[in-house]
Write a protein that binds this ligand. Structure first.
Ligand SMILES: NC(=O)c1ccc[n+]([C@@H]2O[C@H](COP(=O)([O-])OP(=O)(O)OC[C@H]3O[C@@H](n4cnc5c(N)ncnc54)[C@H](OP(=O)(O)O)[C@@H]3O)[C@@H](O)[C@H]2O)c1
Length: 190
Protein backbone atom coordinates (compact mmCIF):
# COMPACT_ATOMS: atom_id res chain seq x y z
CA UNK A 1 0.00 0.00 0.00
CA UNK A 2 1.43 3.40 -0.96
CA UNK A 3 1.33 6.58 1.12
CA UNK A 4 -2.04 8.20 1.78
CA UNK A 5 -1.92 11.27 -0.47
CA UNK A 6 -4.98 12.79 1.13
CA UNK A 7 -3.48 13.13 4.61
CA UNK A 8 -3.47 16.65 5.99
CA UNK A 9 0.03 18.06 5.76
CA UNK A 10 0.97 21.46 7.15
CA UNK A 11 4.02 23.13 5.65
CA UNK A 12 4.99 25.96 7.99
CA UNK A 13 7.00 28.66 6.24
CA UNK A 14 5.90 27.60 2.75
CA UNK A 15 6.95 30.90 1.18
CA UNK A 16 10.54 30.56 2.36
CA UNK A 17 13.45 28.83 0.69
CA UNK A 18 13.18 25.56 2.59
CA UNK A 19 9.37 25.50 2.96
CA UNK A 20 8.85 26.41 -0.69
CA UNK A 21 10.99 23.47 -1.78
CA UNK A 22 9.09 21.09 0.52
CA UNK A 23 5.74 22.36 -0.77
CA UNK A 24 6.75 21.98 -4.41
CA UNK A 25 7.96 18.43 -3.80
CA UNK A 26 4.69 17.49 -2.07
CA UNK A 27 2.70 18.99 -4.94
CA UNK A 28 4.89 17.12 -7.41
CA UNK A 29 4.10 13.91 -5.53
CA UNK A 30 0.38 14.79 -5.79
CA UNK A 31 -0.43 15.25 -2.12
CA UNK A 32 -3.84 16.88 -2.19
CA UNK A 33 -4.50 18.12 1.35
CA UNK A 34 -1.74 20.67 1.90
CA UNK A 35 -2.23 23.31 4.57
CA UNK A 36 -0.33 26.57 4.37
CA UNK A 37 -0.52 29.92 6.15
CA UNK A 38 1.59 32.99 5.58
CA UNK A 39 3.30 34.66 8.51
CA UNK A 40 0.70 37.45 8.51
CA UNK A 41 -2.16 34.92 8.55
CA UNK A 42 -0.64 32.91 11.40
CA UNK A 43 2.17 34.13 13.61
CA UNK A 44 3.71 30.97 15.06
CA UNK A 45 5.37 32.99 17.81
CA UNK A 46 1.90 33.54 19.18
CA UNK A 47 0.74 30.47 21.14
CA UNK A 48 -3.02 30.98 21.07
CA UNK A 49 -3.62 31.33 17.32
CA UNK A 50 -1.12 28.51 16.76
CA UNK A 51 -3.09 26.22 19.06
CA UNK A 52 -6.37 27.29 17.46
CA UNK A 53 -5.02 26.53 13.99
CA UNK A 54 -3.91 23.03 15.04
CA UNK A 55 -7.17 22.36 16.84
CA UNK A 56 -9.26 23.41 13.83
CA UNK A 57 -7.16 21.95 11.02
CA UNK A 58 -5.75 18.89 12.79
CA UNK A 59 -2.73 18.35 10.53
CA UNK A 60 -1.43 14.79 10.53
CA UNK A 61 2.06 15.70 9.36
CA UNK A 62 3.97 18.93 9.98
CA UNK A 63 7.02 20.26 8.14
CA UNK A 64 8.41 23.02 10.33
CA UNK A 65 10.28 25.29 7.92
CA UNK A 66 9.18 28.59 9.43
CA UNK A 67 11.95 30.48 11.15
CA UNK A 68 13.26 33.93 11.71
CA UNK A 69 16.25 33.87 9.42
CA UNK A 70 18.81 36.61 8.99
CA UNK A 71 22.07 37.13 7.22
CA UNK A 72 25.41 36.59 8.94
CA UNK A 73 25.51 40.19 10.14
CA UNK A 74 22.02 40.13 11.67
CA UNK A 75 22.64 36.71 13.25
CA UNK A 76 25.83 37.97 14.87
CA UNK A 77 24.31 41.27 15.99
CA UNK A 78 21.11 39.86 17.56
CA UNK A 79 21.90 36.23 18.47
CA UNK A 80 19.58 36.12 21.50
CA UNK A 81 16.67 37.58 19.55
CA UNK A 82 16.99 34.97 16.79
CA UNK A 83 17.38 32.16 19.30
CA UNK A 84 14.42 33.22 21.41
CA UNK A 85 12.04 33.75 18.51
CA UNK A 86 12.91 30.46 16.87
CA UNK A 87 12.57 28.62 20.16
CA UNK A 88 9.13 30.18 20.56
CA UNK A 89 8.06 29.04 17.10
CA UNK A 90 9.33 25.52 17.74
CA UNK A 91 7.84 25.25 21.22
CA UNK A 92 4.45 26.54 20.08
CA UNK A 93 4.27 24.20 17.10
CA UNK A 94 5.46 21.14 19.01
CA UNK A 95 3.08 21.82 21.87
CA UNK A 96 0.09 22.49 19.62
CA UNK A 97 0.83 19.43 17.47
CA UNK A 98 1.51 17.18 20.43
CA UNK A 99 -1.19 17.80 23.00
CA UNK A 100 -3.52 20.33 21.47
CA UNK A 101 -4.83 23.44 23.18
CA UNK A 102 -6.73 23.88 26.41
CA UNK A 103 -10.23 22.61 25.71
CA UNK A 104 -12.33 25.56 26.79
CA UNK A 105 -15.53 23.52 26.81
CA UNK A 106 -14.28 22.47 30.24
CA UNK A 107 -14.94 25.57 32.32
CA UNK A 108 -13.16 24.37 35.45
CA UNK A 109 -11.23 21.21 34.66
CA UNK A 110 -9.48 22.34 31.43
CA UNK A 111 -6.09 22.11 33.17
CA UNK A 112 -6.82 18.57 34.32
CA UNK A 113 -7.95 17.63 30.80
CA UNK A 114 -4.75 19.11 29.38
CA UNK A 115 -2.54 17.15 31.79
CA UNK A 116 -4.49 13.98 31.08
CA UNK A 117 -3.73 14.34 27.39
CA UNK A 118 -0.10 15.17 28.05
CA UNK A 119 0.76 12.42 30.54
CA UNK A 120 -1.74 9.66 29.92
CA UNK A 121 -2.73 9.97 26.26
CA UNK A 122 0.61 11.11 24.85
CA UNK A 123 2.72 9.31 27.42
CA UNK A 124 5.00 12.22 28.29
CA UNK A 125 7.08 11.03 31.21
CA UNK A 126 7.22 12.88 34.48
CA UNK A 127 9.65 12.64 37.36
CA UNK A 128 9.01 13.40 41.01
CA UNK A 129 11.17 16.27 42.20
CA UNK A 130 11.43 16.11 45.99
CA UNK A 131 11.48 19.87 46.43
CA UNK A 132 8.82 22.57 46.97
CA UNK A 133 8.92 24.83 43.94
CA UNK A 134 5.68 26.74 44.29
CA UNK A 135 3.05 27.08 47.01
CA UNK A 136 -0.41 26.70 45.52
CA UNK A 137 -3.29 28.23 47.41
CA UNK A 138 -6.60 26.55 48.00
CA UNK A 139 -9.75 28.48 47.19
CA UNK A 140 -9.57 28.57 43.40
CA UNK A 141 -12.56 28.18 41.11
CA UNK A 142 -12.66 24.41 41.47
CA UNK A 143 -13.26 24.44 45.22
CA UNK A 144 -15.00 27.77 45.75
CA UNK A 145 -18.33 26.12 46.47
CA UNK A 146 -19.95 22.71 46.65
CA UNK A 147 -21.54 23.41 43.28
CA UNK A 148 -18.13 24.07 41.71
CA UNK A 149 -16.62 20.98 43.33
CA UNK A 150 -19.42 18.95 41.83
CA UNK A 151 -19.05 20.59 38.43
CA UNK A 152 -15.25 20.23 38.33
CA UNK A 153 -15.57 16.56 39.10
CA UNK A 154 -18.22 16.00 36.47
CA UNK A 155 -15.94 17.70 33.95
CA UNK A 156 -13.05 15.50 35.08
CA UNK A 157 -15.21 12.43 34.65
CA UNK A 158 -16.29 13.60 31.14
CA UNK A 159 -12.69 14.28 30.17
CA UNK A 160 -11.61 10.83 31.37
CA UNK A 161 -14.34 9.18 29.35
CA UNK A 162 -13.60 11.34 26.32
CA UNK A 163 -10.05 10.00 26.31
CA UNK A 164 -11.08 6.40 26.81
CA UNK A 165 -10.53 6.02 30.58
CA UNK A 166 -13.52 4.33 32.14
CA UNK A 167 -13.41 4.94 35.87
CA UNK A 168 -16.09 3.98 38.36
CA UNK A 169 -18.09 6.36 40.55
CA UNK A 170 -15.75 5.62 43.49
CA UNK A 171 -13.04 7.55 41.70
CA UNK A 172 -15.04 10.80 41.68
CA UNK A 173 -16.46 10.14 45.15
CA UNK A 174 -12.98 9.82 46.62
CA UNK A 175 -11.85 13.01 44.85
CA UNK A 176 -14.84 14.96 46.20
CA UNK A 177 -14.25 13.76 49.75
CA UNK A 178 -10.62 14.85 49.59
CA UNK A 179 -11.66 18.35 48.52
CA UNK A 180 -14.27 19.07 51.17
CA UNK A 181 -11.79 20.06 53.94
CA UNK A 182 -10.40 22.71 51.58
CA UNK A 183 -13.71 24.57 51.89
CA UNK A 184 -12.99 25.14 55.57
CA UNK A 185 -9.21 25.35 55.83
CA UNK A 186 -7.93 27.78 53.24
CA UNK A 187 -4.45 29.14 52.93
CA UNK A 188 -3.88 32.47 51.22
CA UNK A 189 -1.42 32.69 48.34
CA UNK A 190 2.04 33.87 49.34
N1 LIG B 1 17.56 27.59 3.08
C1 LIG B 1 18.21 26.46 3.27
O1 LIG B 1 18.98 25.98 2.42
C2 LIG B 1 18.02 25.67 4.54
C3 LIG B 1 18.59 24.41 4.65
C4 LIG B 1 18.41 23.65 5.81
C5 LIG B 1 17.68 24.18 6.86
N2 LIG B 1 17.14 25.41 6.75
C6 LIG B 1 16.39 25.91 7.89
O2 LIG B 1 15.04 26.09 7.49
C7 LIG B 1 14.48 27.18 8.19
C8 LIG B 1 13.93 28.21 7.19
O3 LIG B 1 15.01 28.69 6.40
P1 LIG B 1 14.71 29.45 5.01
O4 LIG B 1 16.02 29.67 4.37
O5 LIG B 1 13.64 28.74 4.24
O6 LIG B 1 14.17 30.86 5.55
P2 LIG B 1 13.26 31.94 4.78
O7 LIG B 1 13.44 31.80 3.31
O8 LIG B 1 13.57 33.26 5.40
O9 LIG B 1 11.78 31.51 5.14
C9 LIG B 1 11.30 31.59 6.45
C10 LIG B 1 9.81 31.35 6.42
O10 LIG B 1 9.35 31.37 7.75
C11 LIG B 1 8.17 32.13 7.82
N3 LIG B 1 8.11 32.73 9.14
C12 LIG B 1 9.06 33.45 9.82
N4 LIG B 1 8.64 33.78 11.03
C13 LIG B 1 7.38 33.28 11.16
C14 LIG B 1 6.42 33.31 12.19
N5 LIG B 1 6.65 33.92 13.37
N6 LIG B 1 5.22 32.72 11.98
C15 LIG B 1 4.96 32.10 10.81
N7 LIG B 1 5.84 32.03 9.79
C16 LIG B 1 7.04 32.62 9.96
C17 LIG B 1 8.26 33.16 6.72
O11 LIG B 1 6.91 33.49 6.37
P3 LIG B 1 6.49 34.66 5.35
O12 LIG B 1 7.14 34.32 4.03
O13 LIG B 1 5.00 34.59 5.28
O14 LIG B 1 7.04 35.90 5.95
C18 LIG B 1 9.00 32.39 5.66
O15 LIG B 1 8.09 31.72 4.82
C19 LIG B 1 15.60 27.75 9.07
O16 LIG B 1 15.50 27.18 10.36
C20 LIG B 1 16.84 27.26 8.39
O17 LIG B 1 17.94 27.17 9.28
C21 LIG B 1 17.28 26.15 5.60
Amino acid sequence: MGPDRSMRIYVAGHRGLAGGAVLRELQRQRYTNLLVRTHSELDLEDARPTQRFFAEQRPEVVFLCAAKVGGILANNTYPADFLLRNLLIEANVIRAAHVGPFDERYRIAADMDHMLRLFEVRGVRSHYLPRVIVHMRAGGLSNRSLRNIWRANMETWRSLRQHGFHVGPWFIGRKILRKIPQLFFRREAR
